[in-house]
Design a protein around this ligand. Structure first.
Ligand code: SF4
Length: 333
């Protein structure tokens, strides 16, 4: 794990979305509720570090990514980039330097790419909109560089192609090239390989690891897939219903998980490391509940096979359970 200062720090970050109450609520003057998509998380990413944010669908992980890339506005807490508070910075002009340094790779390359634009124009778009180039020769050089870094070689062969002329893996590489074109320092990659064949996944993951190794780029890798997180990340943070329940090195989280939710995720993936990290625990039942109805106490208690009375009334705090390894569960306190 690189021992470098943080490039990104989230402090008690909250993103709540208001929910309109029903007719009776309005007549009786009851307060409207809120979807607590992200409910106070602390997370840092070091320069040149790959951190995986792991959780089931509905855990809030994409919302965290959108907040970091300023596509969602936090309702509480802080978002610090290189120590500078970016929480309340808004507007295209004020955000231009930040967008230059922080980019997002989306899950669905089909939706992320405009079908009427050529690969050249797609990759050139952020360079043009952020006004980072002076002339066409410079633009061509930067587009070529980004396509090559994303593994599309020779780059010229792809300039005039349209998305429908590319394979799924090539489309995702174009999405990555679009993010790389501005030479960002932090990339938030939201399930970047989940829609690709297994054989292509390894190639795309290698592109991301190469970017870290060669350009010291930082990466927040969002995924529901614990083995994938273990393969690529230095550290793993596990998110459940808007809260981080466990953070540690990739090996610690995968082979020595301490939170029952992480153990359940680990038990669902027996293909890595044999039985290491697996524990006797019934399989996880049901899905993550709605963030509009977060249970009292430990939010995992309705699904936790080890829950006891205290879990239903008091929310556990994160406590250290090893070197840079913390978990929020009364059983590890
Ligand atoms: Fe389960 Fe209780 Fe631990 Fe929550 S605090 S994970 S309910 S044992």
């Amino acid at each position: 794990m690189p021992d470098t200062p943080d490039i990104l720090r989230l402090e008690s970050l909250q993103i709540h979305f208001p929910v309109q109450g029903g007719l009776f609520d309005r007549v009786l003057g009851r307060p409207a509720g809120a979807v607590r998509a992200v409910d106070g998380i602390d997370l840092d990413v070091g320069r040149g570090e790959i951190v995986a944010l792991v959780g089931e669908s509905g855990s809030g992980k994409t919302t965290v990514g959108r907040a970091i890339t300023k596509l969602a506005q936090p309702t509480g807490g802080k978002l610090l980039f290189e120590g500078r508070d970016m929480t309340s910075v808004q507007g295209a002009t004020a955000l231009r330097p930040y967008r230059h340094r922080v980019q997002m790779i989306f899950q669905d390359a089909y939706q992320a790419l405009n079908p009427r634009h050529t690969v050249f124009d797609i990759v050139a778009e952020p360079l043009r909109s952020l006004k980072l180039i002076d002339n066409h020769a410079q633009l061509t050089e930067r587009v070529s560089e980004a396509l090559a870094a994303a593994g599309l070689n020779p780059p010229n062969d792809f300039f005039s192609r349209f998305p429908h002329e590319l394979s799924g893996g090539q489309r995702q590489r174009v999405v990555i090239a679009g993010a790389l074109a501005v030479r960002p320092e932090l990339i938030v990659a939201d399930e970047p390989v989940s829609m690709l064949d297994v054989s292509i996944r390894a190639q795309i993951l290698q592109v991301l690891v190469d970017l870290r190794d060669k350009q010291n780029m930082s990466l927040l890798f969002i995924t529901h897939d614990l083995p994938l997180a273990w393969l690529i990340a230095d550290r793993i943070a596990v998110l459940y219903l808007g809260k981080l329940v466990e953070i540690g090195s990739a090996d610690e989280i995968t082979f020595n998980p301490r939170h029952p939710y992480t153990v359940a995720l680990r038990n669902a993936t027996p293909q890595i490391g044999g039985n290491a990290g697996r524990a006797e625990l019934p399989a996880l039942q049901g899905e993550v509940p709605s963030a509009a109805r977060v249970p009292k106490g430990c939010r995992f208690h309705p699904r936790c096979p080890l829950a006891f009375d205290r879990c239903k009334s008091e929310e556990p705090l994160a406590v250290g359970v090893g070197a840079q390894h913390v978990a929020a569960c009364w059983l590890v306190d």
